[in-house]
Design a protein around this ligand. Structure first.
Ligand code: 6PG
Length: 250
């Protein structure tokens, strides 16, 4: 592993996944000691699948009954669809651990308009944090991916969704299939305590270089800088291949 600041480079996606599990155990245990609960927000896509599988198989003691799972975004498909983020995370992680149903805050899109879906999800988030005494939602951990075009969550380049300042969740039209989605917005993402980007694959190298090294980058993932939180990048060598020698620690 090469570590410079908050950038951690591993040989492959398995290394990323293993380290993310270690971080999860530490962050969740500390949050539960400090406040009595842990709130985490998860992403879809291929990159975190290894992490979900490893976390599901972890033999470490994890207080799933005090863990609340939210979703960074959702594709507008039924939960049984192979493109459903909830479906993926349930299959790979949630169905293997003892988490109460009421601790899983999924983005429901079936049988309602996209506007209603976003409002319901937003209200669920606000209610959860109000009950904990927080006026503005502050997740303990948000796990994000990065697309080849620099998108994160379902915030795509050049879209007005990047300018949303009022709502916590909004409907968007994505640049890739499935194109109808609900996404968290930057105000709530940037209010998190910790943000972990997991990035794997050579196809992410160009976007990652811009996000990490170009201070003027306007790519969506470059808008992620929490006001009072920490951002980590956990990346594999192919994704890190265009980072400067300094960033690679060589
Ligand atoms: C989604 C995501 C999205 C994802 C990136 C990276 O629902 O698609 O939340 O932001 O993290 O597109 O996806 P991959 O890991 O599949 O490359």
């Amino acid at each position: 592993m090469i570590n410079e600041g908050n950038i951690f480079v591993f040989d492959n996606n398995e290394g990323v996944a293993d380290y993310a599990v270690t971080e999860w155990i530490e962050i969740s245990s500390q949050a539960i000691v400090d406040k009595g609960y842990f709130s985490a927000t998860l992403s879809g896509g291929k990159t975190p699948v290894g992490f979900y599988k490893r976390l599901a198989a972890s033999k470490d003691f994890l207080s799933w009954d005090r863990t609340h799972i939210f979703f960074v975004d959702e594709r507008v498909v039924p939960p049984s669809h192979r493109e459903s983020n909830y479906g993926l995370i349930k299959e790979r992680l949630l169905s293997h651990v003892k988490i109460p149903d009421e601790n899983v805050h999924r983005i429901q899109t079936e049988g309602i308009t996209l506007e209603q879906s976003a409002r319901r999800y937003e209200e669920d988030i606000r209610r959860f944090f109000r009950n904990k005494g927080d006026s503005m939602p502050r997740f303990d951990l948000i796990m994000l991916g990065i697309g080849e075009d620099g998108h994160t969550a379902s915030l795509f380049p050049g879209k007005s969704s990047l300018k949303e300042r009022t709502h916590l969740a909004i409907p968007v039209t994505a640049e890739k299939f499935p194109n109808k989605r609900i996404t968290l917005t930057l105000p709530v993402i940037n209010n998190a305590r910790k943000i972990m980007f997991l990035v794997s694959g050579r196809n992410k190298a160009r976007a990652l270089k811009e996000i990490v090294e170009d201070k003027k980058s306007s790519l969506p993932a470059s808008h992620v800088h929490p006001k009072q939180g920490i951002v980590y990048f956990m990346i594999d060598k192919p994704a890190a291949s265009l980072l400067s020698g300094r960033k690679m620690g060589q």
